[in-house]
Design a protein around this ligand. Structure first.
Ligand code: ZN
Length: 257
């Protein structure tokens, strides 16, 4: 697997987005990943689905979950579309909420830690965030929660959301396990850190499962199968048996269309 497809999997990217370039900046301890869209794609307005030509592009950058303990930054030129009815609108990106400088997976991890740890300052310090950045992430999570409650009657709007969250977490765990396995011999410390993060991702998908089943996004039988893979993976999450854990997580990830 080359670095582009590796990062494509780590970021959970799906078509038409693809990784164009990966740059390792060893001295800063950073990995920078550029993702692009095919140039001939036709777009529709995110509000009304009317055909909308590209108006211009905006350079955007997001902080993602660390990979191999490197601070990981995602770059993209995001098209702004010109809708005949709504004017200029930015194309929503699948990995982040509008206006956030963090990917959704990064925010999910931050929120998870905030729920376990009362002090925002401690979480901010651990994630190398400023207090304002951590507070911003928390605020967006609260707003999402409120928005979801307000949307309750129009339930279908959020229908795929929970199962997507589970898929992202499971597939990120799978990619991470595959890498941890590949590099376990060379870097035992990083394997330990990977194992901790894989556990967090598995916990995340478990927490969302009740909601996904209640909403009919996952059948109870599907969740049972998935949960079986996750349990098997969890049981083999140790430096010596990472290959097996990676195999079970890959089955779990492939379970999603
Ligand atoms: Zn429109």
């Amino acid at each position: 697997m080359d670095d582009k497809s590796l990062y494509g999997r780590l970021l959970g990217l799906s078509s038409p987005w693809a990784v164009d370039k990966v740059e390792l900046r060893l001295e800063q301890g950073e990995v920078h990943v550029w993702v692009v869209l095919p140039s001939k794609e036709l777009w529709v307005c995110p509000d009304c689905q009317a055909r909308a030509p590209i108006h211009d592009h905006r350079e955007r950058v997001w902080r993602h979950l660390d990979t191999f303990q490197y601070r990981t930054m995602l770059h993209a030129r995001v098209p702004r579309l010109n809708c005949p009815r709504h004017g200029v609108r930015q194309l929503p990106v699948p990995w982040a909420e509008e206006g956030s400088r963090f990917t959704a997976l990064y925010e999910a991890l931050a929120i998870d830690w905030m729920m376990k740890q009362a002090a925002l300052a401690a979480v901010a310090q651990r994630l190398h965030l400023t207090w304002d950045e951590a507070a911003g992430i928390q605020e967006r999570a609260v707003r999402r929660g409120l928005a979801r409650r307000q949307l309750e009657p129009a339930r279908h709007l959020g229908v795929d959301e929970t199962s997507l969250l589970i898929r992202d977490a499971v597939c990120a765990a799978s990619a991470r396990a595959a890498n941890a396995f590949a590099f376990a011999g060379a870097c035992p410390d990083s394997a330990e850190a990977d194992i901790r993060q894989i556990r967090t991702l598995i916990d995340q998908s478990r927490r969302s499962s009740g909601q996904a089943v209640a909403d009919g996004e996952l059948t109870p039988a599907d969740w049972e199968t998935l949960d079986g893979y996750l349990s098997l993976a969890q049981a083999s999450l140790a430096p010596g048996t990472l290959g097996e854990a990676a195999g079970f997580l890959e089955h779990a990830c492939d379970f999603f269309p």
